[in-house]
Design a protein around this ligand. Sequence first.
Ligand code: ADP
Ligand code: MG
Length: 394
Amino acid sequence: MKKTVRDVDVKGKRVLVRCDFNVPMKEGKITDDTRIVSALPTVKYLIENEAKIILMSHMGRPKGEPKPEYSLRPVAERLSELLGQRVIFTPSPEVVDDEVRGKAGELKPGEVMLLENVRFRKEETKNEEPFTGQLAALGNIFVNDAFGTAHRAHCSTAGIAGYLPSVSGFLIEKEVKFLGKVLDDPERPLAAIMGGAKVGDKIPVIKNLLGKVDILIIGGGMAYTFFKAMGYEIGKSILDADNVTLAGELMKEADERGVKLLLPVDTVCAAEFDNSSRKAVYDRDRIPEDMMGMDIGPKTVELCREALKDAKTIVWNGPAGVFEMPAFAEGTRAIAEMLAESDAVTVIGGGDSAAAVAQFGLEDKMTHISTGGGASLEFLEGRELPGITCLEDK
Ligand code: ADP
Ligand code: MG
């Protein structure tokens, strides 16, 4: 267990908080402020407990140079609205300079300041000096609350912990609680649903989960690589040719471990990768040569329903089909609805899976939707995340 902000005395201290304010922007406007909202519990707690708060984050990929289109100023403005108090923004191209140091030194308890995009500095993503030391010198305590970048060892996510007492914020605490429970101490039966485009991307997750789950459902684009391994023709469906053998091995491993593996038995096929394409449902051994599998079929949906009926924990990563196209979103929608209606603990990892749940308006019906795409995958792979490992143990 990692220490959290509750385990340290923050009163009157300058607390440096790494947030994930990497929000989507269009023409200088924030199009989705979820990530800012997700940071509020930690920031509010620190305000109430009279810390002097210095927030830091990255946004986009400015590649180590100050680029105005990646400035965090719009974030400061939105955060100020959400908090109902002024947020001091320091627009330094160097992120930390004398003026910034001066402002940090003048902070009063309960005041909030936001540094400029940490990726304006080339050292940030390399976790190099002098930036790490410059950031650390601004504060007395480091709080990491940026789950979305916890799988990266950067100056502001991990390096800084070498200088300061370091604890987690509430967002990271929550992520570790739910994702950690799936891996270490799930209520059983534990079911995993894996999907997405390529097997290759998800192999480490499947491998790790095979040692833990009771039921494994594989859908989405990766199913066709498994079909190939089973000897079926898959027409124009997406194939991860390098991983056919491995798909076969994973099936064998599931069998040896006594994991109930469910692969689709039917699939919605399209002539073209297009929402308005001609489409039809085929059993998995009848996919026509000139068509491609775009979604799981209705028989598969019913098998999933049956397999998930008694599950007490369900973890889902990767859409069951090309859910971005309404014509091929039904399988993913059905899975999302099953989870929403289930009494099981439901945990969603992966950026596109979270987007799918949001698209169907079912976010409130899930136990936990991870805010970190890549980070949640690395967590499910069983890897250590440097931005979490660097924090103090309780
Ligand atoms: P996540 O972000 O949740 O980890 P992935 O990035 O692995 O998920 O996969 C999401 C993508 O997989 C989506 O863009 C979806 O369109 C695609 N996908 C799902 N099923 C298929 C399919 N049958 N053919 C092609 N792409 C698919
Ligand atoms: Mg994705």
